[in-house]
Design a protein around this ligand. Structure first.
Ligand code: FAQ
Length: 311
């Protein structure tokens, strides 16, 4: 019986069809998806903090309302993703408990501080840009609810990326001090953005199996290269440079060569020792605890509604 189920699963994957929540799936497939989707959901929710830091200090009402809408979108992305994880049998309260006790990861990128308003533009351009590069192939992920969630997420992320680039274009047409602020911000975010794609392929324990299961469609290094290639013309159009002396066009490979990110920094950040890890988790824990009364009230209200509808 279980051999038949395994065969059906393998054929579904080989035929590029989708696995749906009620289908049989290997335990490893379920566990890998819960890990990746939960990490992704946590990233969206924790990712509200760095930009949220600038909502009260945005330089105009227009910039404030754009930023507010973007940060709200990230909350929505987190919620679709937690829902996708729930279709695999995960419990949302348990995932949150794992996040705030440090047992589940979120993206390294959100452990860096946002020091200037230019960071809002650079996060839109480079961080959302890297997120899109990584997430567009996930729209074809073999697990149905994850792939479908990614379609809407990617549409919204594209809009975020454009707003970041537009903000930077505006600043680059301003004063020398504004141009310097943009360049300084790009210098700080470039390497952390490259680390978003995960460790190099030969140090990535999950890639091979996730590619076989068609959860991932490209390796970490392939997507990192794609991101470098697409970002360089955008930087030229903007009038900024990236802080990498090894960046150069390689005619033979028809790709840009680039330097090696500092992987010891990456490891330190995902182990909890980045500049803002403690602050991010402290804020998330406080929000969770302060929201306890809302969850209790909503549960009581839902129970009363159920009782009422049964009368
Ligand atoms: N940070 O074997 P691999 C956003 C972990 S976008 C922290 O290569 P895998 C939008 C990895 O989980 C950001 N941890 O793993 C936004 C694994 O952990 P384990 C979120 C990382 O899964 C924009 C270990 O290292 N996007 O939020 C990172 O095959 C602006 C070994 O790594 C996603 O999550 C990292 N950068 O590949 C929001 C996309 N990289 O097993 C607000 C979905 C790796 O030890 C503002 N995820 N790790 O527990 C993926 O595509 C994959 O999970 C990768 C990693 C590519 C991130």
């Amino acid at each position: 019986m279980s051999e038949d189920l395994q065969e059906l699963f393998d054929t579904t994957i080989a035929d590029d069809q989708r696995i749906e929540p009620r289908d049989w799936m290997p335990e490893g497939y379920r566990k890998t998806l819960i890990r990746q989707i939960a990490q992704h959901a946590h990233s969206e929710i924790i990712g509200m903090q760095p930009e949220g830091n600038w909502i009260t200090r945005a330089p105009s009402l227009r910039r404030k309302s754009i930023l507010l809408a973007k940060v709200q979108d990230e909350a929505g992305h987190g919620l679709y993703l937690y829902s996708a994880a729930e279709t695999l049998g995960a419990d949302r309260a348990d995932l949150t408990a794992k996040l705030i006790s440090g047992r589940q990861k979120y993206s390294s990128i959100f452990n860096y501080p946002t020091l200037t308003f230019a960071d809002v533009g650079v996060i839109g351009w480079l961080v959302d840009g890297a997120a899109i590069c990584n997430q567009v192939p996930l729209c074809r992920s073999s697990f149905g609810p994850y792939g479908r969630a990614m379609i809407r997420v990617c549409k919204e992320e594209s809009f975020h990326q454009r707003q970041g680039y537009e903000l930077l274009m505006t600043m680059m047409q301003g004063t020398d001090a504004q141009r310097e602020m943009v360049q300084e911000s790009v210098d700080r975010w470039w390497w952390p953005a490259l680390m978003m794609f995960g460790p190099p392929d030969d140090e990535s324990p999950n890639t091979e199996q996730s590619m076989n299961w068609r959860i991932k469609r490209h390796t970490n290094d392939e997507l990192r290269q794609r991101f470098v290639d697409m970002s360089i013309p955008q930087a030229e159009a903007l009038g900024v440079t990236f802080p990498d002396p090894n960046l150069s066009w390689n005619e033979e490979r028809r790709h840009y060569d680039f330097g090696e990110p500092d992987w010891s920094e990456f490891r330190a950040v995902i182990e909890g020792n980045g500049a803002c890890n403690v602050e991010r988790i402290t804020n998330r824990r406080a929000a969770h605890e302060n929201g306890a009364w809302v969850r209790e009230a909503a549960t009581v209200f839902a129970a009363r509604e159920r009782e009422g509808s049964q009368k």
